[in-house]
Design a protein around this ligand. Structure first.
Ligand SMILES: [Zn+2]
Length: 116
């Protein structure tokens, strides 16, 4: 599901949050600031999907505490304001940078005859 939010919180341009775990399925929510350029949104979405993959690979992550534990092990703390902690991973930063680079190298769309 994609929802467009008018305002965005102070947590940054994008984030992933754990929603719930039901019958062995884990649900996460990805927020991306839709006011950013499409290229930036795509790179940030790739970044957050890497985090979803990190969680998906670990079937023992069943709640927010498990997720925090995972990121304490595989990542590093990027924010701790007393009420909220954020973590980051090198893998997510690498994926974001790779996608951003690939988007920059994408050839300009040309107009011309299209045949089917
Ligand atoms: Zn991240």
């Amino acid at each position: 599901m994609v929802r467009r939010l008018v305002s965005f919180s102070s947590f940054g341009a994008a984030r992933l949050s754990f929603v719930t775990s039901v019958n062995g399925l884990r649900y996460v929510r990805v927020h991306v600031d839709c006011t950013l350029s499409p290229r930036r949104q795509i790179a940030l979405l790739a970044h957050e999907l890497q985090h979803a993959l990190e969680i998906g690979e670990r079937t023992d992550i069943l709640d927010v505490e498990d997720m925090e534990s995972l990121y304490e092990n595989i990542g590093f703390e990027s924010l701790d304001n007393g009420s909220h902690k954020s973590f980051e991973t090198d893998a997510a930063l690498t994926v974001q940078r790779t996608v951003d680079d690939e988007m920059g190298m994408r050839p300009l769309r040309t107009t011309g005859t299209v045949t089917y």
